[in-house]
Design a protein around this ligand. Sequence first.
Ligand SMILES: NC(=O)c1ccc[n+]([C@@H]2O[C@H](COP(=O)([O-])OP(=O)(O)OC[C@H]3O[C@@H](n4cnc5c(N)ncnc54)[C@H](O)[C@@H]3O)[C@@H](O)[C@H]2O)c1
Length: 333
Amino acid sequence: MPIKVVVTDFIEPDLVRETEELGSKGIDFAFHQLKFQSPETVIEATREADVVVVNMVPITEQVIQGWTRCKLVIRHGTGYDNVDTRSLTQAGIPLCYIPDYCTEEVAEQAISLVMACGRRLQRSSRVLKDSSARGEWDFSEITPIYRMAGRTLGILGCGRIGSRVYLKLKNFGFRFLICDPYLTEARKQELGIETVDKEQLFRESDFISIHTLLTEETRNIVNRETLALMKPTAYLINTARGPLLDPLALAEAIKAGKLAGAAIDVYGKEPPESTYPLFGLPDVILTPHISWYSEDSGWRIREIILLEIQRFTQGLPPRFVVNPEVLPTERKG
Ligand SMILES: NC(=O)c1ccc[n+]([C@@H]2O[C@H](COP(=O)([O-])OP(=O)(O)OC[C@H]3O[C@@H](n4cnc5c(N)ncnc54)[C@H](O)[C@@H]3O)[C@@H](O)[C@H]2O)c1
């Protein structure tokens, strides 16, 4: 019987490339758009799949129990909150995720936001419009701006993305304060860095860019106490995960002049509700959880999913697996 791969839902305009490539390898390939369908419909479509590729469809215990021969789930993306990992593990099915398809993009977005904050770009168009109406320049709304070279950039979390931010900005003249208690000595040596503790990073940075994972330890890591350590001229940039910071405390700190501003791409609830406390503040840039996106990363994730399917057919383990304990010994790599 040929290997059967079923896509539950997808964000690409079409899956022509996947159909051609998998078809040429004799793989039985089917795809659906089941995001808002019932679990019964999802089960019906995926019952006999060997590999299920999922974007947003909830993969619940009920769905997993409906499967007859699934041996791998591939989540199209970095997070996997829509997949019941515990039930999957109980069923002995590995969950593959793809944390590295947009590392460059997120690093580029974080750097853009650092620069936009430092140059106060969000105020620029208003200053131009007002000056134009008045017939003379008035820069009062946009000052003060400080030279970026020589300023201190704090990087909280120095994994894939945090380290790319560091490496890309190395020659911009920043002083770096990097906090990541889990970085190995070997990795620090490789990057040529030393790390500092969280307090020093919050106290001394002019910009803090957050790149930690969301864990019980890091949830709300930006809170009233850590914000109180920051310089009144400092900016906070979060492209990592919404629940890493308390948006109310951040809005209050900015309004009280205890912090210059912020740039945020990620939210506790997405998209944020109209009552989100950082809406409407002149020194806050808000982007719509878009850091991951470029045309290139869109193609890259498709290539990686095809690669993961190929690895599966070759008996190789996924490159990144959430529950490695269920991998058969020969697939552990
Ligand atoms: N906005 C987007 O579109 C987007 C896209 C991809 C990833 N992300 C997010 O970016 C973040 C970073 O992703 P990554 O691929 O670099 O992850 P990663 O696992 O490679 O790096 C995370 C780093 O955080 C460090 N860390 C853990 N606990 C810490 C703590 N208490 N203090 C300081 N550092 C700590 C880890 O040691 C690790 O080095 C994640 O939160 C991820 O969800 C966002």
